[in-house]
Design a protein around this ligand. Structure first.
Ligand code: MRU
Length: 364
């Protein structure tokens, strides 16, 4: 399978020969295309924590590959000792960021491999862990492409689309989630006009989404987050597409801070608000958005980053949540790789997982 994205590289890659994880450092974009070569668990934890690798699917892939590399380096033959060390490493990586469920989903999938094969020699379990980590990445390519196809079926050529944060190629193995329909439409000559929220405070929209879409030749206009209302009022937006970090069983959505503001505006202006969610991002064990842990980050991201000089008075209190919750009644549809779910989500999301289970049974 071709794993390079349209920018010509892989944003997360396992380098078996050198026992390392190679990631594109997303904090350097758009100025510099720099790759990081990570060998230790601490380095991988730090890369996730600092958002050098970011976006729910990419975090999951990096964690799966990271825990495999750690397991590979464990000098133990006894299963119980191996499993104990594996669990410690898993818990450590899981502590890097709390909101994107893909981190926990990928690590749980890796743990299942260890538990289901306890009767096998540790060396063989390590090989199975390798294959699982590689499969998680390969599946993501299919998942995102399929989400892109479903998303595109909701769009017409020439439409204006608004997106928030970055749910693009670099946030996944390839294609992205919310940007996948735009890329597929671009290939077909749909000529979308895409409005990109800059996405304060870390500017994923300005730095990453604008960069990716421009590279693909898409018509992109960058706006500050507080300009979305006017752009919608002007009639320039026919659909909103966003990604997500966790969808609760009732369809409430956690995504980058500011997403819920866009959803509220979209409702006001009668614009459909679509959430692109791989099933790996849907957490059926989480009943509602109130049960999702919202990450809070350092004040400096708000007061200092991107400014030549600190721009807020010393000592001011800062609240810096990285995500917010969009209530399910603001969501027009949730687009997954197993189809498009609509309200009531407590029913339609179950149906999506039934379809997934049926497809997996058929593949066996
Ligand atoms: O803090 P970030 O940049 O990791 O937040 C990312 C998002 O909010 C994305 O929209 C989400 O992870 C989907 S990526 C396909």
């Amino acid at each position: 399978m071709e794993e390079k994205n349209i920018l010509g590289y892989e944003s997360v890659r396992l380098d078996d020969e050198n026992n390392q994880l190679i990631i594109l450092d997303q904090t350097r974009l758009p100025y510099e295309t720099k790759f990081l070569y990570l060998k230790t668990l601490k380095e991988i934890w730090t890369a996730i924590y600092l958002l050098q690798v970011r976006g729910a699917p990419a975090i999951g892939i990096a964690a799966a590959m990271g825990i495999y590399l750690e397991a590979k380096g464990m000098d133990v033959k006894d299963y119980d000792e191996f499993y104990k060390k594996f669990k410690e490493a898993k818990e450590y990586l899981a502590s890097a960021r709390p909101t994107a469920v893909n981190l926990f989903w990928a690590l749980d999938r890796m743990e299942r491999v260890v538990k289901d094969n306890r009767d096998k020699p540790v060396q063989q379990i390590k090989k199975l862990l390798h294959d699982e980590a590689v499969a998680i990445k390969e599946e993501d390519i299919w998942v995102c492409k399929t989400i892109g196809e479903y998303g595109l079926s909701l769009l017409e050529p020439g439409m204006g689309i608004l997106t928030h944060c970055n749910a693009g190629q670099i946030a996944t193995a390839k294609y992205g989630t919310a940007l996948a329909p735009i890329y597929l439409g671009q290939e077909k000559g749909y000529k979308f006009k895409v409005f990109v929220d800059e996405t304060r405070p870390l500017l994923q929209g300005a730095r990453l989404t604008a960069y990716e879409l421009l590279a693909a030749g898409v018509d992109v206009t960058l706006i500050c987050d507080n300009m979305a209302s006017l752009v919608m009022r002007n009639g320039w937006v026919q659909a909103v597409f966003v990604g997500c970090d966790r969808v609760a069983a009732n369809g409430d959505v956690a995504n980058k801070i500011g997403t819920s503001v866009v959803a509220i505006l979209a409702k006001r202006y009668g614009i459909p608000f679509y959430v692109c969610a791989p099933t790996s991002t849907i957490d059926m064990k989480c009943p509602t958005g109130d049960d999702i842990h919202i990450e809070e980050r350092k004040a400096e991201e708000v007061t200092e980053m991107w400014y030549k000089q600190r721009m807020a008075p010393e000592g001011v209190k800062v609240y810096n949540p990285a995500f917010d919750i969009t209530d399910n009644d603001l969501v027009t549809a949730i687009i997954t790789e197993y189809g498009i779910a609509r309200a009531p989500y407590s029913e339609s999301l179950k149906e999506i997982f039934n379809k997934k289970a049926a497809a997996q049974r058929k593949d066996k």
